[in-house]
Design a binder for this molecule. Sequence first.
Ligand code: HEC
Ligand code: HEC
Ligand code: HEC
Ligand code: HEC
Length: 459
Amino acid sequence: MIKALTNTGSIKSTLVGTAVVVTALTLSIMPSHAQEKEQIRSQEDQKMVASVAAGGRLYDNWIRELAVKPPKKPHPLYPDEGRLADQPLETWRCVTCHGWDYLGDKGNFAKGDNFTGIKGIAGMIGTAPNKIKAKLKEPQHAYLDVFDDQAMEDIANFVSIGLVPMDRVIDRTTGRAMAKAQPSSPYYSTICVNCHGGDGRMMETIPPLGDAARNDPWQALHKMLNGHPGDDMPALRAFDVNTTLTTLAYVQALPSRDTLYSIARGGKLYDDWAAEIDTNYPKDKHKAFPKGKEIEANSSTWRCIECHGWDYKGAHGVRGIRNMIGSHPATIIKVLKDDVHNLDHKLNYADFYDLAVFVSRGQVDMNEYIDARTREARGNPDRSTQYYLTLCATCHGEEGRAIRTMPAIGRVATDKPWQALHKILHGHPGDEMPAWQATMTPANIKDVLAKLQTLPKRK
Ligand code: HEC
Ligand code: HEC
Ligand code: HEC
Ligand code: HEC
């Protein structure tokens, strides 16, 4: 497959430096020493590889890579009706208009949120860098003033010889790397693990790498070849494309974030996100909190429960979240990032994701557990003694009075059964109390709640 790449006229152009790409493509994954000797590249060619990678990072986000102030006005060529029209910085990134697959409106950006109707740049593969520079300097493209000579050089080199013909290495319909599945990967296990963790789930600011690489393989391949703008992530470009492709195949098999973990953590964030992530709520009252309503002194109008309730049916006059059960996490994340919620930049990717998974898949119908009229748990306290004594009493004590920072557990379970139930299901934010939703059956949980309601109300 990769061999075929080297035979294409578009890659084998007449340019200086193109030899780098061609040799790179034919290297095997682990070159033998004999091969290594044969293929030593000239100093010029080696510097060219670095320049192309730098150009790739500029293509991704030159404002981050060059650490310069973002332009205040949107890019003149960005369509007024585009989704990012109100975020000037985003409109200046090359990738916004020309795509991660370099195919613009003919590629992955042909429809959906990223559509701009602008063509790709893959047609420029092999074009002399000077012609590319001239394109960028055209007044409507407007890059003359923002790039210095080096940046201009790097990005022109990238467009000229650094573009991977994506449709030859990534299957457009499945999104999978056209490489054999990899049971292990020396590149992943020695390079990527340091920052992304053995399973790709260590960085909380981005999706698990497996998800990222499955959802947008073109972006993943681009970043793996060129690095992440403004960060220390190494660029694999010095190895051959085949190496990066087999690494991508490995990354695409890494796991998603664990659903049960997300539900439990999402439930804790819903209860009290500042406590769970160990931060403080903004000092000002939340703008969406209804006027004239009061909350307890030690709470905050920024907690989900104050607007949407312990039973998820709404509180203080705000509607509930039960209608969103089963919705796609991405749909819920959009709501959480809207102007009403005002949480963008306050929570990171993993927080939004876990909250969304909780909303979508973690809500129980509390009427099945608690009689809303009498507030009594619909369970049998006598059936749960073994559970209470083995799972709860270690921390709460036989009578439920052992934890000094909280009232007697019998009091909480009787006066605030919905709050107690939510915490039994999801655990207590920022504390070691386990979440029991995944391991105890609904019947066990009803019985335990009934048991708590029989315990002493006073300390
Ligand atoms: C706001 C949108 C936008 C951004 C951002 C943008 N371009 Fe373009 N680019 C265009 C449009 C529009 C064209 C002209 C397409 C046409 O001729 O139909 C173009 C054309 C090009 C071409 C020529 C393509 C061809 O086949 O003729 C290249 C190369 C190019 N851009 C590179 C870049 C690079 C590199 C960056 C980032 C430094 C960039 N562009 C950023 C909109 C953009
Ligand atoms: C020195 C640390 C470091 C190493 C090593 C590293 N990365 Fe990264 N990677 C980052 C950072 C930082 C980001 C950007 C995080 C952000 O946007 O918040 C990133 C982002 C990514 C992304 C984009 C994910 C997305 O959806 O935004 C991919 C894909 C990726 N890395 C793959 C890899 C692979 C594969 C390797 C090994 C070849 C690797 N990284 C090695 C630091 C590293
Ligand atoms: C200060 C009050 C307030 C807080 C705090 C709040 N929300 Fe909301 N939420 C609203 C309002 C008002 C709406 C309806 C308007 C909208 O869709 O944005 C809403 C809508 C929603 C919806 C969509 C419900 C539907 O059926 O369309 C979800 C899901 C949601 N919120 C989740 C959360 C989560 C999770 C949190 C905690 C991180 C949270 N909200 C915190 C006020 C709040
Ligand atoms: C590892 C210790 C630990 C275990 C085991 C544990 N909890 Fe907790 N639990 C806590 C802590 C700590 C808190 C929070 C105390 C506070 O509010 O300061 C808590 C809080 C609670 C609350 C909420 C009280 C409130 O103020 O709303 C309930 C209800 C509860 N636990 C029930 C249970 C039940 C039922 C079990 C067994 C199925 C259990 N817990 C097991 C440590 C534990």
